[in-house]
Ligand binder design. Structure first.
Ligand SMILES: *[C@@H]1O[C@H](CO)[C@@H](O)[C@H](O)[C@H]1NC(C)=O
Ligand SMILES: *[C@@H]1O[C@H](CO)[C@@H](O)[C@H](O)[C@H]1NC(C)=O
Ligand SMILES: *[C@@H]1O[C@H](CO)[C@@H](O)[C@H](O)[C@H]1NC(C)=O
Length: 455
């Protein structure tokens, strides 16, 4: 059906997104506020520009291409995602050159790459763990900046499994301390791969996540924030559970429930953390421990903590009340999973956006009811986070609309609308008023037509 209104809406969304992202005056308040002493404003601005102009998948609508909604490649759904070609892998020889040029930089605090359209440059395996991971192991993928080295060290000693870490290169001066850190703990040398991102914009968390995932050496990964302490042997339990393995094989995301102590002090002593669910439950009961970031309920509420508490041993239950702000820590098979969208910089919505796209792509959440982890308390730079959150809060609704349109279009064109894999998209995208109103045909599985211009 010809729909001038549709076109108008899309153009309006496009203009709004572009306006939001490119108009410094509109966004100047939050951007100025996220500036930290070592990051002059210009750098933060250019960082945002940088990510927006990355040449590959980081494309929002423009009014020129709005009729040409980004398509997922055709073919079986699972083949829809290609490897992250936007990262430039360097050969061993060029690594030496790259390091030499890093060390020769005039101003060690300058950003290492001024070309905003150049791809992200990564030195994969800047340090390579001594032990090759068992192919069936679960690799923890995470990101770390120097202030978090001690927590990563603790995680390496505790986890005793492969860890793939993205480290944004900050300055040549930071390399010796990275070396000192890496060699300070035999568990790090044994298990931790470090991938150095040479020209990363500051606080590009989703880019860093993607790098850690891209270079993980096992199929199954746990996407984790480094300051979480896994309390239970979740990896062994998964490897021993045919149900869990089948779920992973079928693109499930297994949620490792995240908790937090009410008292900041109690959250500092990992050696006193409960190590089994039966030790956790009394603390949950008396309120010493609760949902991670309880102040922001939608972030983890869908994990359903009371359901978790009541679950019987061996149970894995499906998340029923998905919310777009849901941002649990998940274990999944990384092959063909959508990458985390790199338009999100800084705090707020970045991980939720990543998981939203995974969910819309047909992956559902299942909670591991015998396992859990606890956040290691630390202070946040609340002013920075608040400003970034505001920026991302504006971006996120437009992003969700884009993702819905992109996937619905793909499902309709592949004539699989109505199949299991499309359920999440149908249910969730239906909640977006614009989509419900403008694209009822698409939700019903009909092809999108805009004035006959789209086949
Ligand atoms: C910046 O990078 C792009 C993409 O790699 C390249 O085409 C362009 O020539 C570069 N520009 C400069 C000034 O180096
Ligand atoms: C869990 O069990 C308690 C008591 O056994 C009950 O009061 C509560 O409603 C249960 N919660 C859920 C979510 O089933
Ligand atoms: C949690 O699970 C219980 C039992 O399945 C259900 O009754 C309740 O509605 C759920 N609550 C939330 C917030 O998901």
């Amino acid at each position: 059906m010809a729909r001038p209104n549709t076109l108008f809406t899309l153009v309006a969304v496009a203009v709004f997104v572009l306006y939001l992202l490119h108009n410094p005056s509109r966004t100047s308040t939050p951007i100025t506020a996220i500036v930290e002493p070592q990051q002059p404003e210009a750098q933060v601005q250019s960082a945002i520009h940088h990510v927006l102009t990355l040449p590959h998948h980081l494309h929002t609508y423009s009014s020129d291409d709005v009729l040409d909604l980004p398509s997922l490649p055709s073919g079986p759904h699972n083949a829809a995602f290609s490897p992250p070609t936007w990262y430039q892998e360097l050969s061993t020889e060029s690594i030496e050159q790259a390091i030499a040029s890093l060390l020769a930089m005039d101003n060690p605090d300058a950003p290492s790459n001024k070309n905003n359209s150049a791809p992200i440059q990564v030195l994969p395996f800047y340090y390579r763990a001594a032990r090759s991971p068992d192919p069936s192991a679960i690799t923890i993928t995470t990101l770390v900046t120097p202030s978090r080295y001690p927590v990563l060290s603790r995680l390496a000693s505790h986890y005793n499994g492969p860890i793939s870490v993205a480290v944004p290169f900050q300055s040549p001066l930071s390399l010796p301390s990275l070396h000192e850190f890496y060699t300070s703990n035999p568990a790090i040398v044994e298990h931790v791969d470090i991938h150095l991102i040479l020209n990363s914009p500051p606080r590009a968390f989703n880019t860093w996540r993607n790098v850690a995932r891209a270079f993980a050496r096992t199929d199954t990964i746990l996407m984790l924030d480094v300051d979480f302490y896994p309390c239970t042997p979740f990896a062994q339990r998964i490897q021993g559970s045919q149900i869990a393995l089948n779920l992973l094989e079928n693109n499930a995301m297994l949620v490792l429930p995240a908790f937090e102590y009410a008292s900041i002090d109690a959250g500092k002593y990992t050696s006193l953390f409960p190590v089994a669910k039966r030790d956790l439950l009394p603390l949950l009961e008396n309120g010493e421990i609760g949902q991670f970031h309880g102040a922001w309920r939608p972030g983890h509420a869908a994990t359903n903590y009371s359901r978790f508490a009541n679950a019987t041993s061996g149970e894995i239950y499906k998340v029923k009340d998905y919310h777009p702000s849901y941002e649990p820590y998940v274990i999944f098979q990384r092959e063909n999973a959508p990458w985390c969208d790199e338009r999100f910089i800084g705090y707020g919505a970045n991980k939720a956006a990543c998981l939203f796209e995974m969910y819309i792509s047909g992956r559902s959440f299942y909670v591991l009811a015998d396992d859990f982890m606890i956040h290691q308390s630390h202070q946040y730079l609340e002013s920075t986070r608040k400003a970034e959150r505001q920026l991302n809060k504006k971006l996120y609704p437009s992003f969700r609309e884009e993702i819905c349109l992109k996937y619905l279009k793909h499902y309709v064109e592949s004539a699989i609308m109505g199949s299991q894999i499309t359920h999440n998209a149908r249910n969730e995208c239906m909640k977006i008023a614009k989509i419900r109103k403008k694209f009822p045909m698409m939700l019903a599985g009909k092809r999108l037509q805009v004035n006959g211009m789209m086949p």
